[in-house]
Design a binder for this molecule. Structure first.
Ligand code: MN
Length: 347
């Protein structure tokens, strides 16, 4: 009896004054789905526990039956990414750099790859600041088709050359499934899936087939469950090297670009074993906000940050107003080191 209760994966709450026929109809429907049932008749309500693999259940079909008030899942719809399935924190190894452990990783670099000298100079500053990973976009998802779209494959080459001099693994955004082979040829160390592609399921399935770590940015209007389910798409394909990145969500506020949802950090740390990082640059959208948001993110328990830094911010081809200068990055790293120490972590 107890074992049966444990296997109940869905609860069907019946309307008050439900008839025996309506109860039998639910039992028959569950049976047709390959599920068992367990009816408990209360004074006010009758509830039916569905027993078995809830993936077999068509929730809408149950909800459509007369007499059914509500159908509630007992199990989380995400499996592999859930902390239930993997209680310990997952640490992702990016060419020897560990993300998700005690050490916090600051991933820095320009919004976009522009020229070889810009990338050389950026890589030099990223390494000098003590960052172990570098970011940079060769393919840019821009709001307008008339703005700079990224330098493309040539940009990947420039990025690789600049980063390799300092042995920095590279993080760059993949927008199109057709570019995946090119990314693999250039040995991109971490593939970023941007906010606009969080629910591009075909793209998620493709990066799920490889083992390259993936940074999955939160869709700007996505709920935490949608975000976890998007990660589950990648995980279901076999790639469990997933890093969640909160980058601010759409809100009613117009003073800043997005609203940084720091609350997502503790919530995700509870729901998933995978690392969680924050992008303070795209959240605030202004460089002067970046240090404050970065400090909040680290204090809240983020495993890393994705920070835009440009050798000469005013000359940046993209997101010029939100990039830190090399000096500002240095200063920020010092502040973050102090916060990390207080919370028992290190930079
Ligand atoms: Mn940017």
């Amino acid at each position: 009896m107890f074992i049966e209760v444990k296997l109940e994966t869905m609860i069907i709450i019946m309307k008050s004054h439900v008839t025996d026929d309506e109860i039998r109809a639910v039992e028959k429907k569950l049976e047709s789905m390959g599920m068992g049932s367990n009816v408990s008749r209360g004074i006010e309500r009758t509830v039916i526990g569905a027993i078995g693999d809830e993936r077999k259940v068509d929730k809408e079909a149950l909800e459509a039956l007369t007499g059914v008030e509500d159908v509630i899942r007992v199990m989380k719809p995400y499996k592999i990414v859930s902390r239930e399935s993997h209680p310990e924190d997952s640490v992702i190894d990016i060419r020897g750099v560990k993300l998700g452990g005690k050490q916090i990783q600051i991933i820095s670099g320009p919004c976009s790859v522009e020229t070889q000298s810009q990338m050389d100079s950026a890589a030099q500053s990223v390494a000098a600041a003590g960052c172990r990973l570098m970011r940079g976009g060769a393919f840019k998802p821009r709001t307008s088709p008339y703005t700079f779209q990224g330098v493309g494959v040539e940009g990947l080459e420039m990025f690789r050359r600049a980063a390799d001099k300092h042995n920095l693994p590279i993080v760059t955004e993949l927008m199109d499934v057709r570019m995946l082979d090119t990314f693999l040829e250039h040995k991109v160390d971490v593939i970023q899936i941007g906010t606009r592609n969080m629910q591009n399921f075909d793209l998620l399935k493709e990066v799920g087939r490889i083992q390259t770590p993936v940074i999955l940015k939160r869709g700007m209007s996505a709920t935490i469950s949608e975000w976890l389910m998007a990660a589950e798409y990648i995980a279901a394909g076999g790639n469990h090297n997933i890093i969640f990145c909160e980058r601010g969500v759409r809100s009613f506020e117009t003073y800043y670009r997005n609203m940084l949802d720091v609350t997502a950090v503790p919530v995700l740390k509870r729901e998933t074993h995978l690392p969680v990082i924050i992008d303070p640059s795209h959240a605030g959208g202004k460089s002067w906000m970046v240090p404050a948001l970065a400090r909040a993110a680290v204090a809240a328990g983020a495993d890393g940050l994705l920070v835009e830094m440009h050798p000469a911010p005013a000359d940046a081809w993209c997101d010029a107003d939100q990039a830190l200068s090399p000096n500002q990055l240095n200063e920020l790293m010092g502040e973050l080191r102090g916060i990390a120490r207080v919370i028992g972590r290190e930079l």
